[in-house]
Design a protein around this ligand. Structure first.
Ligand code: NAI
Ligand code: OAA
Length: 354
């Protein structure tokens, strides 16, 4: 009896160790598969940058998502601690931690969805583009791992500047011969979340009753809320339109300034990332009519990437919706957005093709 108990304890303890050698690695993967099959059916999700300001609450919320059966937490620091902590939550998903580049491939093998919030955040006075020099290389390395280990996974890219990191990821996947435009999605959900919240404030509604499409990209004037398409249908004075558009466009900067050097939006971003990831998983499951905004490969404008509403299905962004009717204010905004977006997209593409 005692030896059976000891064996069980040894097995459980081994779960908590990140794999260090090839043998340990394959043992952990086998156990993961085994446990996942024994538990609730669901999807395998990896978070890259899981120990960060976004990564930690995102990991916690994904551990609570009933569609997730296996959750892999990868970071270059603190992954074991975050994993140990989150693994004690009595929800269905099995959690595994992976620390540093040598464990990236183990973190990615077999994943259905990879969420990437890895990289440095802004400090006051910086633009998202100021993050390019550091984050471009991080995103390239992580996407090379995705191309090698889980080329069919859906990728949710959060790392800024999203307007450039999505084109970088696309170029990495093209180089590897694995690019499927439907499966690469830049996460702009926080813009929609903010738009719903700020519009609800102005209209005196519950934010859960409001749905505002936000198109373009994810930086300054490239963030273009389409207030004329808000649900429920609402009219806004020119002053309200100006106030709301600017507040939505500057929402990230508002948080960066309030945090005064301690980073950018993390909690609202984790909420938005989970809302978006859950939509992707429902699409993968085959649910009908799952529609959210995302920054994707697009033919809606002359630009190769653009954020609009997309329909999420088994293969990712299966349908990219047109912009719909715009008012004059939005048409002017669209021209400004496209000008800045074109440069950011090109910068991302050139980073890989140089
Ligand atoms: N798309 C969006 O709407 C938003 C995007 N962001 C962006 O998300 C990114 C992360 O923000 P925070 O979590 O606040 O930053 P953070 O600095 O708190 O966390 C980033 C994490 O990434 C990890 N990391 C760094 N290099 C890595 C690598 N090569 N592989 C794996 N992990 C690595 C770090 O160790 C750290 O744990 C930033 O680029 C930020 O600008 C932030 C808010 C909204
Ligand atoms: O503003 C930032 O740097 C972070 C971000 O993308 C956002 O909060 O929308």
């Amino acid at each position: 009896m005692e030896s059976v108990a000891n064996q069980r304890i040894a097995r459980v303890s081994a779960h908590l160790q990140p794999p260090n050698s090839q043998t340990e690695e394959s043992c952990v993967l086998k156990r993961t598969d085994c446990r996942a099959k024994g538990g609730a059916p669901g999807f395998k999700v990896a978070i890259l940058g899981a120990a960060g300001g976004i990564g930690q609450p995102l990991a916690m919320l994904m551990k609570m998502n009933p569609l997730v059966s296996v959750l892999h937490l990868y970071d270059v620091v603190n992954a074991p601690g975050v994993t140990a902590d989150i693994s004690h939550m009595d929800t269905g998903a099995v959690v595994r931690g992976f620390l540093g580049q040598p464990q990236l491939e183990s973190a990615l093998i077999g994943m259905d969805l990879v969420i990437i919030p890895a990289g440095v955040p802004r400090k006051p006075g910086m633009t998202r583009d100021d993050l390019f020099n550091i984050n471009a290389g991080i995103v390239r390395t992580l996407c090379e791992g995705v191309a090698k280990c889980c080329p069919n996974a859906i990728v949710n890219l959060i790392s800024n500047p999203v307007n450039s990191t999505v084109p970088i990821a696309a170029e990495v996947f093209k180089k590897a011969g694995t690019y499927d435009p439907k499966r690469l999605l830049g996460v702009t959900m926080l813009d929609v979340v903010r738009a719903n919240t700020f519009v609800a404030e102005v209209l005196g509604l519950d934010p859960r009753e409001v749905d505002v499409p936000v198109v373009g990209g994810h930086a300054g004037v490239t963030i273009l809320p389409l207030l004329s398409q808000a649900k429920p249908p609402s009219s806004f004075t020119p002053e309200e339109t100006e106030y709301l558009t600017k507040r939505i466009q500057d929402g990230g900067t508002e948080v960066v300034q309030a945090k005064a050097g301690a980073g950018s939006a993390t909690l609202s971003m984790a909420y938005a990332a989970v809302k978006f990831a859950d939509a992707c998983l429902r699409g993968l499951r085959g649910d009908a009519s799952v529609v959210e905004c995302a920054f994707v490969a697009s033919e809606v404008t002359e630009l190769p990437f653009f954020a609009t509403k997309v329909r999420l299905g088994r293969r990712g962004a299966e349908e990219v919706y047109q912009l719909g009717p715009l008012n004059e204010y939005e048409r002017v905004g669209l021209q400004k957005a496209k000008k800045e977006l074109a440069e950011s997209i090109q910068k991302g593409i050139s980073f890989i093709r140089k």
